[in-house]
Design a protein around this ligand. Structure first.
Ligand code: BGC
Ligand code: BGC
Length: 623
């Protein structure tokens, strides 16, 4: 009797639980990873209010983000702008804590849609103290080694995940056609085929898409990978005179043969997001270019990830920027931008967007398209299953293995442009056993200078801003212990003559810059660089190592210089420079760009009719 009652009770209990489970299952279909992607997206979409949808389309900067803001406005993404960190020299644990604090705000909402945290990873995890800083893209272009770039992508993904972040705004697949452009170093090459090959960074960052999988869909290979962003769509590297954010004048054939090809590769490789360019194409702002964003990228290329604006990119649709913000929202969203990097005044954006939707200037189907794409990426990332990072990956930040990889990349990026005059004994490889050598120049002992822009700060900064090996330290470690290495940043010629140096290494170049601040119409080597070259090279046999983001005016000094190496912006691992200068490894790098004689030749790219370079594209001696 007792037993029967018990079993009946148990039976009722089981039925209740099953009901409970199936109700719960129904309520949270979108949270169940066993359901197909599209069912999850549609299920979640059905439950969302207009407010919840519009919030997903907003990206804000971490300095204005808080758990309250995340939950009140249903914010889709938070980013770190250049140099925006939770605290100076923050540990990876502090980064993880910050991400989690904001994420808890998002998870506390009715539907619990997690936010994505995003950050630039222009040459490694570049805002983060103690991260491995890889050579800027121009140096990677010189390596001609896409597999190396893929490995750099994988290492960068681990370092970004070390800080709890799953999204990076990289790679820049601009094809820089004029070195006067301040972002030329972010470009792998003037040659579109090199840029195409280097989209291998994407499977490095995101993981390889499974063979025979559908193309054009966003992808993430696991929680040790990050989603990538091909930028800046399209034609950013083709502006007139290399003026940043300006107008690219190009025929359709030029667009399709120069600036567009790397997007084909990126999309085929499953890039999850694409960032729109500040620049215009034939007078039309890309942020308002419906034909190319909705028409070509989404319809023709069948890109299924989300399209993100650049920083205040919609503001810059008008000149002056922000002159008519309502119009900017209208033009940007209707062009097909899904995610808006507002990034500060999110209420102004949300109010404007809501007004435009409620008054049918922007259709609900446009909003649904945007939100579906954003949710698709979030589901693909496994973000609903793994919203809160932990400390388990902090060990990857600046790891020895990654520094070795960066050092290898530096070695392969160096381009030897001159090695003695003809009939002369070559200066390279340098003699490790010389009794006494001079090292000079503003870039010989400066981590910040050798990293360039987008390092710790948006603009970069001179000085020992993060850990790494300067070129001077690397030289000291490489030469014979008996060799005396004298460092004098800017010696006068008398000193150089009187001190019995066997030879000198002069390391000079550009000071750090990013974006418009780097635009230069003259491309001259800043002082005291030229002065140091003449004082030293006029007095002793010398090697000049250029630390620059692009070819600079060098022809006037070439006669005084015995040997010349382009080191680009090598990053934190200066040991890679010494490895090759002293012959432990050979030179294999080749020019990823044409080296001009005078700036009035510009623009001048390989294949041009009046091609008359100082050093042609592809040039590079071996020693
Ligand atoms: C740059 C982008 C970058 C964004 C966020 C913009 O100024 O053009 O390349 O991803 O800032 O830092
Ligand atoms: C931010 C950068 C951004 C730039 C855009 C800066 O204040 O730190 O991330 O790229 O503004 O102009």
């Amino acid at each position: 009797m007792k037993r029967a009652t018990a079993s009946i009770l148990l039976g009722i209990l089981v039925i209740c639980c099953c009901n409970e489970a199936s109700n719960a299952g129904d309520r949270t279909l979108y949270k169940d990873p066993n359901h197909p992607l599209n069912r999850r997206i549609n299920d979640l979409m059905k439950r969302m209010t207009l407010e919840e949808k519009l919030g997903q389309m907003v990206q804000i900067e971490r300095s204005v983000a808080s758990p309250q803001v995340m939950s009140k406005y249903f914010i889709g993404i938070v980013l770190s702008g250049g140099g925006s960190v939770p605290a100076p020299q923050a540990t990876p644990e502090a980064w993880v804590d910050m991400v989690n604090e904001l994420q808890r705000g998002s998870l506390s909402t009715r539907l619990g849609i997690p936010m994505i945290y995003g950050i630039d990873g222009v040459h490694g995890h570049n805002n983060v103290y103690n991260a491995t800083i890889f050579p800027h893209n121009i140096g990677l272009g010189a390596t001609r080694d896409p597999q190396l770039v893929k490995r750099i992508g994988a290492a960068t993904a681990l370092e970004i995940r070390a800080t709890g972040i799953p999204y990076t705004f990289a790679p820049t697949i601009a094809v820089c056609r004029d070195p006067r452009w301040g972002r030329c170093y972010e470009s792998y090459s003037e040659d579109p085929s090199i840029v195409r090959a280097m989209t291998e960074l994407i499977p490095g960052l995101q993981g390889d898409i499974p063979p025979n999988s559908r193309k054009g869909v966003p992808y993430l290979g696991g929680q040790d990978k990050v989603i990538a962003c091909a930028k800046h769509y399209v034609g950013d590297g083709g502006t007139t005179n290399g003026i940043n954010e300006n107008n690219t004048i190009a025929t359709w054939h030029q667009v399709m043969s120069i600036h567009m090809p790397a997007y084909f590769n990126s999309i085929i490789k499953g890039v999850s997001t694409v960032m729109v360019s500040y620049s215009s194409l034939n007078g039309v702002k890309m942020h308002a270019n419906r034909d190319l964003v909705t028409g070509f990228l989404k319809k023709n290329l069948r890109f299924r990830g989300f399209v993100i604006s650049d920083w205040q990119g919609i503001d810059r649709i008008t000149s002056p920027p922000h002159a008519n913000y309502t119009y900017s929202i209208l033009a940007g969203v209707n062009a097909g931008i899904d995610m808006i990097m507002v990034p500060y005044n999110y209420t102004e954006f949300l109010d404007g967007l809501r007004f435009l939707v409620e008054n049918n200037f922007i259709s609900m189907s446009r909003i649904d398209d945007a939100v579906k794409r954003i949710l698709r990426v979030k589901f693909v990332m496994g973000l609903f299953e793994h919203p809160l990072p932990d400390y388990s990956m902090t060990k990857y930040l600046g790891s020895q293995e990654h520094r070795e990889l960066a050092r290898e990349a530096v070695r392969k990026s160096l381009v030897l442009l001159k090695n003695g005059d003809s009939g002369q004994k070559p200066l390279l490889p340098l003699d490790k056993h010389a009794p006494k050598i001079l090292v000079a120049g503003t870039h010989a002992d400066d981590i910040g200078n050798q990293c360039g822009g987008w390092t710790i700060q948006w603009q970069g900064q001179s000085g020992n801003i993060t850990s790494g090996t300067t070129i001077l330290t690397a030289i000291r470690k490489t030469v014979d212990p008996k060799t005396e290495v004298v460092f004098s940043e800017n010696p006068d010629s008398g000193y150089v003559k009187q001190n019995g140096f066997s030879y000198a290494v002069v390391v000079v170049g550009e000071l750090p810059y990013a974006e418009t601040n780097g635009d230069s119409l003259n491309l001259t080597l800043p002082e005291p660089g030229p002065g140091i070259i003449s004082n030293v090279c006029g007095s002793v046999r010398c090697l000049v190592v250029l630390v620059t983001g692009r070819p600079v005016v060098i022809e006037p000094y070439l006669g005084q210089i015995d040997a010349l190496v382009a080191a680009w912006l090598p990053g934190t691992e200066g040991q890679g420079v010494a490895d090759v200068l002293f012959g432990d490894f050979g030179f294999t790098g080749r020019l990823p760009r044409t080296w001009f004689k005078t700036v009035d030749q510009l623009p001048m790219n390989v294949g041009d009719e009046h091609y008359d370079p100082l050093f042609p594209f592809g040039y590079g001696l071996t020693a």
